[in-house]
Ligand binder design. Structure first.
Ligand SMILES: [Zn+2]
Length: 141
């Protein structure tokens, strides 16, 4: 089993047979896979956030747009070919259970561009419409 802990020198994209890119150490097929394939709907904001991270890793524009709140959804998602995602860690989640309409997920996502490491530290806002969570926007920390 490969260690993702430091994220160094892992330039290759994840493939679905490996553990889920979102960092749960579960196989992709039983973690975020069913959300991206449309089999399941994310039940919490954190699940949605994790699956959207996979959407960026696998450059799944349709999934990212479908899970974007209609009020903030862009017309398309541009992926940077040079950007290689290395890992995700969810720091904190506020109110993301069944009864809530709004939730915040703070996370750090690491990536490399041209061999140089970067961190994206964001507090993302999610809203629920008709039982489905949507990404609204994020604040960089
Ligand atoms: Zn996952």
């Amino acid at each position: 089993m490969r260690a993702y802990a430091n994220g160094d020198s892992i330039m290759k994209q994840h493939v679905p047979q490996e553990s889920c890119p979102c960092g749960t150490k579960q196989p992709y097929e039983t973690c975020c896979g069913p959300y991206l394939s449309g089999e399941l709907v994310a039940g919490t904001a954190e699940q949605l956030m994790r699956s959207r991270y996979c959407g960026f890793v696998y450059r799944n524009e349709d999934y990212l747009l479908a899970t974007w709140h209609p009020q903030t959804r862009p017309s398309r998602v541009r992926f940077d070919e040079r950007q290689h995602w290395l890992g995700l860690s969810v720091r904190e989640t506020h109110s993301g259970s069944d009864d809530d309409r709004e939730a915040f997920v703070e996370f750090i996502a690491r990536f490399k561009v041209n061999g140089k490491g970067h961190r994206l530290h964001e507090n993302s806002r999610f809203k629920k419409i008709d039982g489905h969570w949507y990404y609204v926007n994020g604040e960089f920390l």
